[in-house]
Ligand binder design. Structure first.
Ligand SMILES: [Ca+2]
Ligand SMILES: [Ca+2]
Length: 662
């Protein structure tokens, strides 16, 4: 009896750890868009079958994506079924007997992800009861109605009403800097693609009021942020207890919660999002919009009165406080963002002058935005400015840097087994949000250029989050077939309901292993993309946070707005996934540059360089290997200028532009 039990345990362990050799987007794929499935075992062929039968509806060849893929530590193979465009629910199977989770193919497979990820913010609401009519079984009475007492660091006595807003993450704290990037990302999504975010039927208390529910939900947070501003325009940093509460429901958390001192980083973020709100809410609620604008301008006055960072060195927890610190010793990016949004809303030259004097020293778009560094967000918002007197040269500089960054992401993805835009060193705390913030940048890059490489790479990032990853997880609660059941999230842990609160994204793989659960399971030689565990104790890989859900709302909302094939801006650069001509780097260059390219099979490839007049100035046939390759071109002896390089194989041709600058 005992022996049989042991066998069962071993069998369970094997099946639960190694259930799938096939990784699909567990939600689905869009009709007439790229559709890629990944495999961790070799097979010759794969098949698309019905969900509950074996009828083969499409068959394709299994190809190498990346052998010895560094991030996952495995050989990764892929299959391309982009040309299968039947609506329905399907599975992928292989000739070796593996079978995938089911997935949909439809025009709008991501509607449900978008709705759930936005509704996830509703479940984070503080200071209001979650009622059954909106929350279903995830109800609780109003919480934290005594927020908050002034902490001694404010130099103030007594208390101020700072109720409302969203709980920040797995804890019940409320932090202005993290609210800033969260609200900014969501409002940017709405402003750039309003038709995709117009729905008013999310079943939140404000559904059906003819105002998009995204704006209603964000307004719940903005109303709290407004309460966090002091009379001099400065904004208090956070509202938290001194120590994190236990894993209890929010309405039973009776800890004393304090308002901490003002900060210029918080004030900069506040000014930026209030300025955005002032223009975005104007058609719906002009009184609210004007309140947001005057609050933003007052915040700007505080920044002018305090040209050095406040507090000195950035916010640090005072002795006795251990809640989130969000330490940031550089507030120049927050100030820059504030100036951009105030300019975009008011067209006041003061703000543009500040921006133009500071935008270059802030740096261009070199990395995804984060709570501590909003430079890329600030630069992108200036690039997208509708003001007719926005500086064309500055916009052009930013556009170039955005396109270069998108090309870099595309090349990084091309070198990864699952086409994810992370390098092996990028699997840090909240890596899933970096993936999706990269998707946001790629979506804006696509909007401005029509380059399908950017579109497809953005979509591949969402695929990764929804299941095409080595852990075989959809990282969003209640989305897909295999998702986190034990997030580091107090309500999910304490509500007595087996299913976690829906629509929340786990932080994802984190090779820095900053919690004991990760530390026990993995070590420094674990491939970074595997450093994830669905365990409540793993706050470093399995916590949820509002700033991580925000780019998910953006990306899922953007792709759920797909209407039909014709809404694709352009087919420029649309190429099969298994051949790729990458952007050269460095670019501009002198005299050498590297041209990355990817081959479906090993074989000959011809590179030809043309000058701007179309004259051929160089041509060479070389042997390329299956997978990723690069070709070094030496432009010594050529004049400065624009050139075109072309890659040609038997059945694939592509060309790109490069610049020699001497
Ligand atoms: Ca509404
Ligand atoms: Ca900063």
């Amino acid at each position: 009896m005992k022996y049989r039990y042991l066998i069962l345990i071993v069998f369970y362990a094997l099946t639960s750890n190694f259930a799938q050799n096939i990784m699909v987007n567990q939600v689905g794929y869009i009709i007439n868009r790229e559709k890629i499935v990944y495999f961790t075992s070799t097979a010759d062929s794969f098949y698309v079958t019905g969900n509950s039968n074996d009828a083969v509806l499409f068959s394709g060849k299994v190809e190498v994506s990346k052998l010895n893929d560094a991030a996952s530590g495995a050989n990764i193979y892929f299959g391309d079924f982009s040309s299968f465009n039947t609506s329905g629910t399907f599975k992928i199977k292989t000739n070796t007997g593996d079978s995938s989770y089911s997935f949909d193919i439809s025009l709008n497979p991501f509607n449900d992800v978008y709705n759930k990820s936005l509704k996830g913010f509703y479940f984070q609401r503080c200071g209001t009861p979650l009622l059954e009519s909106n929350a279903g079984k995830y109800i609780h009475p109003a919480c934290h109605l005594n927020d908050g007492l002034f902490h001694t660091t404010t130099g103030l006595n007594g208390s101020k009403d700072v109720t409302g807003g969203w709980h920040d993450a797995g804890d019940y704290g409320k932090y202005i800097v993290n609210s800033g990037i969260t609200v900014g990302t969501m409002l940017m999504g709405y402003e750039q693609f309003p038709e995709n975010f117009r729905n008013d039927d999310l079943n939140i208390p404000e559904s059906g009021n003819s105002i998009p529910d995204l704006l209603d939900e964000v307004k719940y947070e903005l109303n709290w942020m407004l309460k966090m501003q002091d009379s001099d325009g400065g904004v208090f940093f956070k509202v938290t207890p001194e120590n994190f509460s236990g894993f209890i429901m929010p309405n039973t958390d009776n800890s004393t919660r304090y308002i901490y001192q003002k900060s210029t980083a918080a004030t900069g973020d506040f000014a930026a999002v209030m300025a955005m709100a002032a223009r975005i809410y104007l058609p719906f609620d002009s009184a609210f919009a004007s309140k947001c604008l005057s609050s933003a301008e007052n915040a700007w006055q505080y920044l002018q009165a305090n040209p050095s960072i406040v507090p000195a060195g950035g916010f640090h927890n005072p002795s006795g406080t251990v809640t989130g610190e969000y330490g940031d010793n550089n507030d120049s990016d927050e100030r820059l963002w504030a100036a951009v949004e105030l300019f975009n809303t008011t067209d006041n030259s003061t703000y543009q002058s500040y921006y133009l004097s500071n935008y270059q020293s802030a740096g261009m778009i070199y990395y995804a935005m984060s709570w501590g560094n909003v430079t890329s967000l600030a630069q992108m918002e200036y690039l997208l400015s509708q003001q007719s007197d926005a500086d064309a040269a500055a916009k052009n500089n930013i556009k170039t840097s955005l396109i270069n960054y998108c090309n870099q992401l595309y090349n990084t993805a091309g070198n990864d087994g699952f086409n994810v835009t992370l390098k092996t060193t990028d699997y840090n705390w909240g890596s899933n949000a970096v993936v999706l913030n990269n998707a946001v940048l790629l979506i804006i890059g696509y909007k401005l250029t029509g380059n399908m490489n950017f579109y497809n790479t953005a979509l591949e990032q969402l695929n990764y989050i929804l299941g095409t990853n080595i852990n075989d997880y959809s990282y969003i609660t209640d989305v897909g077939s295999k998702y986190p059941m034990h997030p580091h999230h107090r309500p999910s842990a304490s509500d007595g309901i087996v299913e976690p609160v829906p629509g929340l994204m786990a932080g994802g793989p984190n090779h820095d292993l900053q919690d004991n659960v990760l530390n026990t399971l993995y070590n420094s030689s674990t491939p970074p993309a595997r450093c994830y565990v669905d365990d409540q104790g793993s706050y470093a890989s399995n916590e949820i946070a509002i700033n991580w859900n925000a780019p998910l709302v953006f990306a899922a909302g953007y792709f759920s707005g797909t209407k039909n094939i014709s809404d694709l801006k352009s087919k420029t650069g649309s190429i099969p996934n298994n051949f790729r001509l990458g952007q050269n780097y460095p670019n501009p260059f002198n005299p050498q540059t590297i041209i990355p390219y990817k081959m479906k099979n090993s074989g000959n490839v011809r590179f030809t360089i043309y000058n701007i007049l179309g004259c051929r100035i160089f041509s060479k046939t070389i042997h390329g290997n299956r997978g990723n390759n690069s070709f070094v071109f030496n432009g010594a002896g050529l004049n400065s200028g624009i050139y075109f390089y072309q890659m040609k194989t038997d059945n694939y041709t592509a060309s790109k532009k490069m610049i020699i600058l001497k």
